[in-house]
Design a protein. Structure first.
Lengths: 490, 307, 393
């Protein structure tokens, strides 16, 4: 599902041929490196056209509400579709245009509020749905254009800060504009309530049926997603898309080649904003309300994680990122599921780091043995040291391995947490053998901290996991899962 | 007139803290060309370290050392703690990305900021913490001071302003009169040339982060002494510190000091004379105006990129 | 690399599948009767993270304590489920959580939503599914008062009186007892304080008191300029903050600048360990519970389970709300002979619950006219020189 085609050249064993750029040649080499059955399967998969993947995905995803009648799962699925849309929009600005836009969530808010302005009791205006959405998208694109204006003279970090300030500005404006010369414009901190639902094909779309989330909005969102995905795909492969790519790789060279750099930047901002505004209207209509605090820093980090994880620049990548991060955030709320995920990640991490080698066996067995030894020691010292929560199932099984005290002295969480951080960071500094030895207690300490400290506040823990993912991604694999490795040409 | 004097005092106090934070931004940007988003959260951690050490020393109701020793000790603790934190952040979150596209360390910084804020919340909870400086010597720090006309300048504010200025002077001295400072200035001017001249770039960068984070730690303690602190102050403090650095000219040390004070005054006067509700907005508009019309700030050099 | 991505995805999907295998049962299951011998769940919906996390953390700790101490004597096995609605995520998260609990057949009721915004967003969903919500802190008037703008539903209850009681009570005290002629009102640009400020301002203005209204962004930490703006002849500063340390600092800064105005806080500012500047006033929906003899054991037990934390004003109502909910569940169990057929049975019993030895003092009865406590009133305290709260009105 990548956007590139395999490079046809074949490099001779002693280096690239005369007249061929080495870096380009190596890139092609990578593509041909995987052999064997998996390699040929992969090669065949790459031949599947993108629209086939899209149709398959839509088909599977749209069956979800049929298979799963829990309102909660449906609701999470809907939220994930919204995230996918937002990720697609951010991809335009960050992935294709290469502009770090930290005010993106404000544009989402602009869309939601605009829809609330034109389709609620706030000003007494109740536009029909399609017109309201159209107005929202146009206004959103315009505000995106305004936000992009500073990008003509500012680059990189400065642009990031200006857009971040725009986010703060939007927040302040929306919270305070409930008394502008006596007029209530935005409902202030209470937001705007009773926003009109979508009215399509002669019916008001119902949000829920007997308290359970209905599927109408989900399918509307999915349809919007499909349309946006296809449209953006065509834009990406058009002249504009190619121009954006050249702008991203080297703005100076692009300008020297005669690209209208400023216009391109504004265009990418507007497109991204239009997608965000469209998503905002969906959001406002479903929730029948808008509040200012929704469109703030935390949401920004969540969307960025999705885009970076999936691979900025790759549409399929950011959708994949949203698919992973969205449900992950929900799953981590529940301590039971979070526990399963943690141990799966731990095992997966060890496997990934050491592949199938003796080291994996040593580390795994070592950690398990170490754990049992510590557990025996702890319970020998005092029964209350291992008498922590033992709600059956996975938690109970694990509690025989991890030391879970009944009462945690207040100095333990900060000390063990910071200790774990320090140990983990130190591990990256020391050499192999010592590292292996230290890895075992570190893994055990991680399990201890997880069980005792992090599972106590799943809400905060989710965000910590996000932060770690973001940092780790930038250091280890900045191109994410499906993105392309970029080389910055200075 | 009294209102004006009072607002000026308020602005000076606010501005001193902003200046200290802005200096951290400016130092790091000068050397690494990186906007350290996590700086505001280092400031927040500094205020918490101060609170923690304060409790260890008996709290403000029963301090086991004299007041001046108390303040000195918690400031030192914050300096040490924040320096360690700053060095760790640089070593593990920014150094691997030194040659990566510019966007990478910025996003990593966002991640660090998010991680720090939520880690502090996980460990210490979301409720505000009050140093409760008022309890020291029955409010002496609040009620005794120098009188200017009808307005009194309380001891606590004097301490805040003096400490901030002393720190700024020490920094200026370090940067202009010592070899390490000279190395820092050389690195910020042209990193490759400095490396070729035999300067250990890694060490210089670590030194810069130590300085910047130490200042943030001092700012955190000065902040905590006057108002309650909580885990969410990092974001807004970072934004304001950055505003101050940009107004003064990012990369310029006197600029950061001036920018901080200007920002403090702007905020104070706007709240006092115009409107408290829209003061934040006003300040942001000032920043955006600066960024569009004079991005190099008041004291900075216009950045000419050589192709 | 792609190989490992595939592997990672497979692991993720597998663990997701494994964990959802134990996920909440589907809607169909909730139509079956639930036995009272098994573990029943009560959900608490409150901001546990974010800017208002201190509120939720306190409520959650008291609700946990209520479950730990009161469930067994009632003969119930109750599990408390935490639902986090950070104010930064607004209404959407309240609705998502509502969906979650509607689909979970064991969740018998909801403590909360803690914020008025969350209540407005999710109460229709709960109403349709017949789940009772008892909120310990959503004080927006429109949630229970039958006005043209009623935003609540018959399934929404609260154990504390709304803004329509506290604002005017405070204002009347200022006018009648404190003879205030000049009052400064500060709000913090969020629903709680804005509601209270508006209610108090209306009463004050009607009585001819000169009112200066200031508005501070929610992220404000340094109020120096606001203190400067307080006129030197103002009598009272009405400061309905939910962060007692801010009220403390504000009062200290008033002294610092030599202003004679006294700080008047609301129930959110009620915390005798954090706000104790002598001469200030605080209003609360209950007398200080540390002064209620019957609560001594409860407070001691809570302090033991939560070392180092202080008793604030958000926690005890959560305890009370949980107590009411568990009593309603018990009644439903008894009426259903050991099992509960639908969640609506619990909802029906809520209004019939009466508690003697109510944690906030006296006995607890529901008002017959709305889903608020009967005869709800607010108490005014003045902070004494030794820092204690004395009941004055």
């Amino acid at each position: 599902m990548t956007d590139s085609t395999p490079h046809g050249s074949h490099t001779p064993a002693d280096g690239p041929a005369v007249g061929q750029d080495e870096w380009v040649a190596r890139h092609g080499e990578h593509q041909l490196l995987r052999g064997g059955r998996l390699g040929s399967a992969e090669a065949r998969l790459r031949l599947v056209p993108w629209w086939a993947w899209l149709i398959l995905f839509l088909a599977v995803f749209s069956l979800l509400p049929v298979v799963e009648s829990s309102g909660y799962v449906r609701r999470v699925a809907f939220d994930t579709v919204l995230y996918m849309l937002l990720a697609l929009g951010l991809n335009i600005v960050v992935g294709w245009g290469g502009l770090l836009d930290l005010g993106y969530v404000a544009l989402y808010g602009v869309g939601a509020y605009t829809y609330a302005f034109v389709a609620s009791g706030q000003f007494g205006v109740h536009l029909p749905t399609l017109l309201a959405v159209l107005v929202t998208v146009v206004v959103g694109a315009f505000v995106g254009f305004l936000l992009g204006l500073p990008s003509r003279r500012l680059t990189g970090d400065y642009l990031a800060i200006v857009t971040l300030f725009f986010l703060q500005l939007f927040q302040t404006l929306m919270t305070n504009a409930d008394n502008v010369f006596g007029h209530d414009l935005t409902g202030g901190p209470n937001g705007i309530l009773n926003v009109d639902p979508f009215h399509l094909f002669g019916h008001d779309l119902a949000v829920q049926h007997q308290g359970v989330f209905a599927v109408s909005y989900f399918y509307v969102a999915l349809a919007v997603f499909a349309v946006v995905f296809v449209a953006l795909r065509f834009v990406n492969f058009s002249r504009t898309g190619r121009a954006w790519r050249s702008l991203r790789e080297d703005p100076l060279a692009a300008e020297a080649m005669g690209m209208p750099v400023n216009r391109l930047k504004l265009l990418s901002f507007s497109f991204g904003a239009a997608v965000a505004a469209l998503t905002g209207s969906l959001f406002a209509a479903l929730n029948a309300s808008v509040f200012p605090l929704t469109f703030y820093f935390i949401l920004l980090i969540v969307i960025y994680t999705m885009v970076i994880l999936g691979g900025s620049g790759s549409q399929a990548g950011v959708v994949l990122g949203a698919l992973i991060v969205g449900p992950l955030l929900e799953l981590l709320r529940d301590p039971g599921k979070a526990r399963i995920l943690f141990y799966a990640a731990l095992v997966g991490g060890v496997l990934f780091a050491f592949r199938r080698s003796r080291t994996t066996a040593i580390v795994s067995v070592g950690t398990i043995v170490f754990g049992f030894v510590m557990h025996v020691l702890a319970s020998a010292h005092s029964a209350s040291w291992v008498a922590g929560e033992k709600a059956g199932g996975a938690a109970g099984a694990v509690a025989h391995w991890v030391v879970v005290p009944a009462h945690l002295a207040s100095w333990i969480p900060p000390t063990t947490y910071i200790g774990l951080l320090t140990l983990a960071l130190l591990l990256t500094l020391i050499d192999r053998r010592v590292r292996l030895v230290l890895l075992v207690p570190t893994l055990y300490l991680a399990a201890f901290v997880w069980e005792n400290v992090m599972l106590a506040s799943p809400e905060t823990m989710r965000y910590i996991v996000l932060g770690v993912i973001l940092i780790g991604l930038m250091i280890l694999r900045p191109n994410g899962l499906l993105g392309e490795r970029r080389v910055e040409i200075i | 007139m009294d209102t004006f004097i009072q607002l000026t005092i308020d602005g000076l106090t606010l501005g001193s803290v902003y200046a200290l934070i802005a200096l951290g931004y400016t130092l790091v940007y000068g050397v690494l060309k990186l906007l350290n988003f996590a700086h505001g959260d280092v400031f927040m951690v500094g205020s918490f370290i101060g609170f923690g050490v304060l409790q260890l020393l008996g709290g403000t109701s029963n301090p086991i050392v004299p007041i001046w020793a108390l303040i000195v000790l918690i400031t030192l603790a914050a300096i040490v703690g924040c320096s360690v934190l700053g060095v760790a952040i640089e070593r593990f979150a920014y150094r691997p990305l030194r040659d990566a596209p510019r966007i990478a360390p910025l996003i990593s910084a966002l991640g660090v900021s998010f991680f720090l804020e939520n880690s502090m919340q996980l460990l210490f909870g979301a409720q505000p913490r009050n140093y409760d400086t008022f309890s020291l010597a029955n409010g002496a720090l609040y009620l005794r001071g120098i009188d200017i006309g009808q307005v009194r300048l309380p001891l606590l504010r004097i301490i805040t302003i003096v400490v901030a200025f002393v720190m700024m002077f020490l920094l200026w001295f370090l940067v202009t009169r010592t070899r390490s400072g000279k190395a820092m200035r050389a690195t910020s001017f042209d990193r490759e040339a400095a490396a070729m001249m035999g300067i250990n770039i890694d060490r210089v960068i670590v030194f810069t982060f130590v300085l910047g984070s130490a200042l943030a730690g001092v700012a955190g303690v000065m902040f905590g002494l006057r108002v309650p602190t909580n885990v969410t102050i990092g974001f807004v403090a970072g934004l304001k510190g950055f505003t101050a650095a940009v107004i003064g000219g990012i990369g310029s040390i006197p600029g950061a000091m001036a920018g901080g004070l200007i920002l403090g005054f702007a905020e104070s006067y706007t709240q006092g004379y115009v409107s408290t509700k829209w003061s934040d907005l006003f300040v942001f508009l000032i920043l955006i105006a600066f960024m569009i019309f004079r991005p190099q700030g008041l004291f900075g050099r216009a950045d000419i990129r050589k192709v | 690399m792609k190989k490992l991505i595939g592997l990672a995805l497979a692991v993720l999907v597998a663990s997701f599948a494994a964990s959802t295998a134990s996920a909440g049962p589907k809607v169909a299951a909730s139509s079956q009767a639930v036995s009272c011998n098994g573990t029943l769940k009560i959900a608490i919906v409150t901001p546990l993270t974010g800017g208002a996390g201190f509120l939720g953390a306190e409520q959650a700790s008291w609700a946990k304590y209520a479950v730990a101490t009161l469930a067994k004597p009632l003969g119930l096995k109750i599990q408390l489920v935490l639902g986090d609605t950070p104010v930064e995520q607004g209404a959407a998260i309240a609705q998502t959580l509502a969906q979650k609990y509607v689909g979970d057949s064991k969740v018998m009721g909801v403590i909360g939503p803690a914020t008025s915004g969350g209540a407005v967003a999710s109460t229709k969903t709960y109403q349709q599914a017949g789940i009772a919500q008892i909120s310990p802190s959503a004080t927006s008037t429109q949630l229970t008062k039958a006005a043209p703008t009623l935003t609540g539903t018959p399934s929404f209850f609260r154990v504390v009186p709304g803004d329509y009681v506290q604002g005017p009570t405070d204002a009347h005290y200022m006018i009648d007892k404190l003879k205030a002629k000049k009052v400064v009102i500060i709000d913090f640009q969020e629903p709680y304080s804005v509601g209270l400020a508006n209610a108090a301002q209306a009463v004050l203005k009607k009585a001819g008191v000169s009112v200066t209204r200031l508005s501070a962004p929610n992220t404000t930490t340094d109020y120096s300029a606001y203190v400067t703006k307080v006129p030197s002849d103002a009598d009272i500063v009405f400061f309905p903050t939910q962060k007692p340390p801010d009220a403390q600092t504000f009062a200290q800064q008033l002294l610092e600048q030599g202003k004679k105005a006294k700080v008047f806080g609301s129930d959110g500012s009620n915390d005798s360990t954090a706000f104790k500047v002598p001469g200030s006033y605080v209003s609360n929906f209950a007398p200080d519970i540390t002064g209620i003899a019957a609560d001594k054991a409860i407070i001691a037990g809570w302090k033991k389970a939560n070392p180092g934390k202080s008793v604030g004003s958000f926690g005890p109502p959560a305890y009370g709300a949980t107590q009411v909910m568990m009593n309603a569940i018990k009644r439903a169990c008894t009426a259903g002979h050991g099992s509960i057929k639908t969640k609506r049975d619990v909802l029906r019993q809520v209004k019939r619950v009466r508690i003697n030895n109510w944690i906030l003092g006296g006995t607890f009865r529901w008002s017959t006219k709305s889903n608020d406590p009967l005869n709800a009133k607010f108490y005014i305290f003045q902070i004494q020189p030794n820092g204690s709260y004395k009941l004055v009105g």
